[in-house]
Ligand binder design. Structure first.
Ligand SMILES: *Cc1c(COP(=O)(O)O)cnc(C)c1O
Length: 364
């Protein structure tokens, strides 16, 4: 299979060293080698999450990690305030509802960020919520919520636990898990970590562990306590995605070598560059400034140019794959991912191709 120029917001292209690591032979997942690897990866992930909290690694995609967080934090009937402004916020709310959580939604329009004032008012109107859920980076709309500010409001106005989907944020966008008091952060291997899908990594605060001990939600595979006990023995309760751990260890080498601030700057520059190019070529940005995401850009097209045609042409002419819109944005946007391991040249090339294709389609 010829390598695609893959420019979607996850899975992201894997660096050579990650690909090489993935080819390593299997080991006993209850043996000494895996114990070392798991311990090393968890400690290094804590550093990337900027936390002293424990890191849990589930063999799952990001959605599995979110479901795990929900079934461990709540009991049926508990109340949640869930901020919804795109597909991923919707998904988290749907999971919670499926498990009988009493969900109050704070909706904000798709393409905008959650307003701190709206959040404050919602917390005042709902003083008994147990958990507040926020999406850090809403990958469907290309919006990054002002998470530091929103977290501060949650703590000022309530004693609620704070659950954050940062599946597409961790590693690429500034995130201060402990300083911002985020009780559970959910991420996944196939976004900024440049690894295959297969692991969902979570950080869990001491306050969250207290809630876990009290929660009466039915669960088995997703049980935090069982995973924690196994992790403390250097293992997992069930067979883990061993190869993805190999890849993650190699990815962490690269991420540490680059350093957090250089990594955040590289993503910031990519975001600026993509947005400037999009506006220069006469296309539109779906997300409102200043909350445009630095890891994914949702682009609106000229009248009469369909997202599907743009994607098909990009693929046919250049073997470049960009993302479409999800759900209600299907006919509205195309999205370019710029997270994980990319170079500026990768992006300039993709943007030039997009310019050629949209102009050709507009003339048709
Ligand atoms: C990718 C992503 C997820 C998880 O999706 P999976 O396909 O289950 O890995 C969740 N939230 C956000 C914001 C994402 O970008």
């Amino acid at each position: 299979m010829a390598a695609q120029n893959l420019r979607i917001p996850g899975p992201t292209p894997m660096p050579e060293s990650v690909r090489a690591a993935l080819a390593n032979q299997m080991v006993n997942h209850r043996g000494a080698e895996f114990k070392l690897l798991l311990g090393e990866v968890r400690a290094r992930l804590a550093n990337i999450f900027d936390t002293q909290n424990e890191i849990l690694c589930f063999t799952a995609s990001g959605t599995g990690g979110l479901e795990a967080a929900i079934v461990n934090l709540f009991s049926p009937g508990d109340r949640a305030l869930m901020v919804v402004g795109g597909v991923f916020g919707e998904r988290a709310a749907a999971i919670a509802q499926a498990f009988g959580v009493n969900v109050t939604r704070l909706e904000h329009s798709w393409g905008s960020a959650c307003s701190p004032i709206a959040l404050r008012d919602a917390l005042r109107a709902n003083p008994d919520v147990k958990v507040v859920y926020l999406t850090h980076n809403e990958t469907s709309t290309g919006v990054t919520n002002p998470l530091g500010r929103l977290s501060q409001i949650v703590h000022e106005e309530s004693k609620a636990l704070l659950l954050v989907d940062s599946v597409s944020g961790v590693g690429a966008l500034p995130l201060e898990t402990d300083a911002w008091g985020i009780d559970v952060v959910v991420s996944a291997s196939q976004k900024a970590f440049g690894c295959p899908p297969g692991l969902s990594m979570l950080s869990v605060s001491p306050r969250a562990w207290e809630a876990v001990a009290q929660s009466r939600m039915p669960r088995y595979y997703w049980d935090f306590q069982r995973l924690r006990e196994a992790h403390n023995e250097g293992s997992t309760p069930y067979t883990p995605a061993v190869s993805v751990f190999y890849g993650l260890s190699a990815a962490l080498d690269l991420m540490e070598h680059e350093g957090a601030s250089a990594r955040f700057t590289r993503h910031q520059r990519a975001g600026d560059m993509v947005r400037n190019a999009v506006l220069d070529m006469g296309l539109g940005l779906f997300a409102d400034p200043p909350h445009n995401s630095n890891v994914v850009t949702a682009i609106t097209l000229p009248e009469g140019v369909a997202p599907k045609d743009v994607r098909d042409e990009m693929r046919a002419r250049y073997n470049t794959v960009i993302a479409g819109g999800q759900e209600r944005l299907k006919d509205t946007v195309v999205r370019i991912g710029h997270l994980g391991f990319f170079s500026e040249e990768d992006l300039t090339q993709t943007l030039e191709q997009l310019d050629t294709v949209t102009k050709a389609l507009a003339r048709r």
